[in-house]
Design a protein around this ligand. Sequence first.
Ligand SMILES: *[C@@H]1O[C@H](CO)[C@@H](O)[C@H](O)[C@H]1NC(C)=O
Ligand SMILES: *[C@@H]1O[C@H](CO)[C@@H](O)[C@H](O)[C@H]1NC(C)=O
Ligand SMILES: *[C@@H]1O[C@H](CO)[C@@H](O)[C@H](O)[C@H]1NC(C)=O
Ligand SMILES: *[C@@H]1O[C@H](CO)[C@@H](O)[C@H](O)[C@H]1NC(C)=O
Ligand SMILES: *[C@@H]1O[C@H](CO)[C@@H](O)[C@H](O)[C@H]1NC(C)=O
Ligand SMILES: *[C@@H]1O[C@H](CO)[C@@H](O)[C@H](O)[C@H]1NC(C)=O
Ligand SMILES: *[C@@H]1O[C@H](CO)[C@@H](O)[C@H](O)[C@H]1NC(C)=O
Length: 638
Amino acid sequence: MCALYGIQSLPRLVLVSFLVSLAACSSAASHPAESHSTLPAYRNASLCVDERVDDLLSRMTLEEKAGQMFHTQIFTGPNGTFDPGDPSQNRASTIDRVTTKFMTHFNVAFSTASTKDTAEFVNRLQRLALGTRLGIPITLSTDPRHAFHDNVAAGFSAGDFSQWPENIGLAAIRDAKLVRKFGEIAREEYTAIGIRVSLHPQVDLTTEPRWARTNHGFGEDAQLTATLLDAYVRGFQGDTFGAHSVSTVTKHFPGGGPAANGEDSHFEYGQNSSYPGNNFEYHLIPFKAAIAAGTRQMMPYYSRPQGTQFDAVGWAFNKQIITQLLREELGFDGIVVTDWSIITGSGAGGEWVPARAWGVQELSESERALLVLNAGCDQFGGEERPDLIVDLVHRGLVSEERIDQSVRRLLREKFLLGLFENPFVDVQAAQQIIGNAYFRKLGDQAQRRAYTLLTNNNSILPLNHNTNTKFYIEGFNKTYMENRNLTLVDTPAQADYALLRLNAPYEPRNNTLIETFFHAGSLEYPEAEKQRQAGIYAAVPTIVDILLDRPAVVPEVAGSAAALLGSYGSSADAFLDVVFGVAKPEGKLPFDLPRSMQAVEDNMEDVPFDTRDPVFRFGFGLAYPDSCAGASGGACFS
Ligand SMILES: *[C@@H]1O[C@H](CO)[C@@H](O)[C@H](O)[C@H]1NC(C)=O
Ligand SMILES: *[C@@H]1O[C@H](CO)[C@@H](O)[C@H](O)[C@H]1NC(C)=O
Ligand SMILES: *[C@@H]1O[C@H](CO)[C@@H](O)[C@H](O)[C@H]1NC(C)=O
Ligand SMILES: *[C@@H]1O[C@H](CO)[C@@H](O)[C@H](O)[C@H]1NC(C)=O
Ligand SMILES: *[C@@H]1O[C@H](CO)[C@@H](O)[C@H](O)[C@H]1NC(C)=O
Ligand SMILES: *[C@@H]1O[C@H](CO)[C@@H](O)[C@H](O)[C@H]1NC(C)=O
Ligand SMILES: *[C@@H]1O[C@H](CO)[C@@H](O)[C@H](O)[C@H]1NC(C)=O
């Protein structure tokens, strides 16, 4: 059970440093009685968790408690050293954060592409934490890391991990058993590298088709989302929560989907949530399911509600939402961690982003922090300002008892995760576990299964071809075709078939770096792009693959391409396997594909399935014939 780092090894390690410091005392011959001190109760794994928490809490200064309440991004310095920090971004060095701010919660904000380097870094970081007065281990978290999309503010492409479609692709497959399996695999990969908290699942219902975060959710249907998220939470946490678990943070309470005009609340212009359909309750369905499944943590979103009974301030500042609704009505007793940077602003990626303190911008940092505490949150995401909390207590505005309430929850989680017994990872084992052939195979299969066949005129797919067939391609490179001995030509006119891999339409925005990662705005291709594509469709039968990170408004593609596939994060090889019938598309749309932007603009942000006359409905997806006859490129799997 504890093969490599026996339960005994950590206490011994800690005991050594303990004895070293006592030895220093003894040499002054002032405290001889302490030289045979026993293990502090919080380090004694035979004691029950509550006893250990109480013991540790009783030893902590207010500053050490306040440090637990902050959870922010961690970077590596050059060659895996500790980040020296950046005063211009208000970012302290890693060493200062751990040793003088007493912070012990960080989200991994760098690529884990080299498992070995990352695992070594994690161990170095844990050793730094063990050297502090109380030796409280670090808890590491991450945004999603198992798919394709890269967004410093919301997720990373897979790197060394097995690579799966985005969660919206798991929703297209609609197989709860597969979602559970995915969760178990992600758990093994995360824990192998010391990541113990997932800043996901995202279960916001994407009832506004333009919202830029559709890819990380399970679509606009509450029941499908609730079913899959149940499997997801159980996969990540396991049947019992403990030393092999990843603690899930279900987000973003009470639902980020009703984004006014489809704009995201990372940005000031997207701060409003809108409920014209009076459909607030619908968005709670997945959160109720998450609580029933035992999710350990919850994250409220940045948005502030308009036109509801609730105060028009960001959800984390809102006592009606966090204390009355989430804790009292829904009975959630886990950790509530705010979304990143709602108090002080942040300097991600080298640019300063003001605090996302929607509805409370006029308040001071201290007043905002007080509101968050009074609302009932436990931890501040994307912040490193324990001094704000210490000051609030010193000024008598917050009781130490209130601080203890949150810190107790946070410490309890560390004990349950077994971090006090073993915070380290096995560098060799990590390299064997992460991205192993079996995990990769399942991820690769899921990429293929998620493919959703929307049109297939004259059953052109799976595509019949031979070595003389000429292909025109866009959106992936010739290497993939050459590997299959396929013949490429330079123009559609010379080709027998065109194969296009396209992004769903969006309006590139770049006022800030973070904005460039969010696909927002119109769901239609610009006129010039429509005409360019029309030229290809007119010249040659064309197979189109659109990456549906959001619903697309593409009636013209459905009407003119020979076949249209939707995908949700897939490799070029997955696409080609589906085209040639080596694999079958099994996906069913996890949302409607609207008819026009007018229909999108007329939809009510909080209501699902309400755009007029959609081109394709939720649940639509054609299949290949069972036999897959005629697929000379390969045989369909059954
Ligand atoms: C741990 O606690 C158990 C139960 O109280 C006790 O018997 C044991 O001596 C303790 N171990 C240490 C090393 O203090
Ligand atoms: C990183 O390591 C390389 C190779 O050992 C070395 O050449 C380089 O100077 C190091 N960079 C820093 C900033 O330490
Ligand atoms: C948010 O809604 C309020 C109330 O309707 C409105 O005054 C404000 O302009 C909206 N803000 C944005 C950024 O849309
Ligand atoms: C094609 O793309 C793959 C994957 O990104 C890359 O490894 C390969 O070098 C590329 N080939 C060419 C000819 O650009
Ligand atoms: C491609 O052609 C080469 C040489 O004829 C052959 O060895 C190889 O197996 C072929 N690959 C495929 C995928 O058909
Ligand atoms: C945004 O893109 C436009 C067009 O490419 C460019 O002119 C502008 O400088 C960019 N702005 C920023 C902030 O990068
Ligand atoms: C393909 O079939 C669809 C649905 O029957 C039709 O609307 C479309 O025009 C056809 N496309 C082509 C290129 O024939």
